[in-house]
Design a binder for this molecule. Sequence first.
Ligand code: ADP
Ligand code: MG
Length: 537
Amino acid sequence: MTQNYQPIFILPEGSERTYGKDAQRTNIAAAKAVAETVRTTLGPKGMDKMLVNSMGDVIITNDGYTILDEMEIEHPSAKMIVEIAKTQQDEVGDGTTTAVVFAGELLKNAENLLSQDVHPTLIARGYRMAGEHAIATIEKLAEPIGKEDTKTLTKIAMTAMTGKAAEMAREQLAELIVRAAILTFEDNGKLDIDNIKLEKKVGFGVEDSELIEGILLDKDKCHPGMPTSIKNAKIALIDKELEIKKTEIDANIEIKDPSQMQAFIEMEEKMLRDMVENVAKSGANVLFVQKGIDDLAKHFLSKKGIFAIERVSDDNMQKLAKATGAKITNSLRDLAATDLGFAGLVEEKKLGDETYTFIGKCKNPRSVTLLIRGGTQHVVDELERAVSDAVGDISATLSNGKAVGGAGSSEIEIAKAVKKYATSLSGREQLAVQAFGEALEVIPRTLAENAGLDPIDVLTELKAAHEKGQKWAGIDVFSGKVMDAWKQGVIEPLKIKTQAIKSATEVTELILRIDDVIAASKKSMPSMPGGMGGMGM
Ligand code: ADP
Ligand code: MG
């Protein structure tokens, strides 16, 4: 008796499935391709990329995260690499290219081991062991940095901005950033970067950037009769309106003759006058109101010489409170001198075509503003990215109190330790740990390549220097010589390195463990009328 075997389909029609080594190979290739795209941007001599989106907007940047984010990558494994950049961006704010390039190299080395028939789980285990050893090593090597060490902090900020749009005014910007960080650094040893607001404005040059020890509001005073500038401002923050709510009066009023109408208007006027009187009585000469201010009240306020702004957002009210020390109140009647905050200068100024109010020279501001200026929109945008990297680095350094040498010095030193650790292991994990150590060298190698130097010569010299015990020996990308990165002021927060190692190792492990990719067939999207295609869903 013969039996007819029917093929059995367990997946819907059109699904794609790749198994085993094919799956690994495709995943690794996709992830490597992502790393490859940002590789040429690494370091001070890295190149920029010009990104043009479907709307024709242009971004010029060498920021790893911005590049990958704008590329709208689709392949699932490639997306996992983009996630590394995102984590690095969220956790530290800098080192995104480093993390991605390192992950790419880990995968490349894993591919070699796979072709030598080393099992993927073994590679994953070896990588994990090596990653832990690498982090422990760099933590031991790192140098302590305190809040008072502004010189080193400035160097860290400068390192973050080397080779970026900020190059021209690097030192000046670094000093502003460090001052901003120290002002907002809390006693509990934390620095919340939300308290350092970056405002960018096209016009003038980078060197006109400034730190406002307080807040910059994109609003102006609400009455032309009010003063434009107030020294030693005593500031009241009111989170309600300075109006008479219609419901408070007109619910049940029937006006029968003109005298009643007059009385009614007078009553309203008196209520508003009292409100303003209360503000003045508290001693306030500057007033920020979250809601609206009645026109008549504006007039009374201006008569009293009080500078007032209406409709300030909740977010800005909170920032004003932090910067000036004022207490946000909702009762005008109870407004007291103790609720008021202080700013050395409140001033309305024009930046370009728009009017802004500077609330500066605050006494002990917990919230400050960095006003970044530059000649064109592209410059200002890229400046902002560079400054935000530097702010992230200073925050990471202050929060964990440790920094390391840059210019590839850390990576070479960790690689040395990891390779030494490999020799202490037996079995095939040794191969994986060794491969991890070699992968770390991709950072100095790429720095050298991007600077047009011979990477083999550079690595040989660097390794020799580290063998002699020079732990911060790095590559001077400008001269091609080996230098002491720490002494030359190329310094980075420890967290850049530990976070990059951690996330690159985790993602590599994840990708290596996949041996079966089952992808549903792509449903074609219903076409949208009106040519909305290419918006990137
Ligand atoms: P990432 O996105 O990883 O921060 P960057 O393009 O900012 O990428 O490059 C960071 C790398 O450049 C780090 O390895 C850092 O040590 C190195 N670097 C920064 N300044 C210098 C310098 N003056 N000389 C050599 N290397 C430097
Ligand atoms: Mg950087």
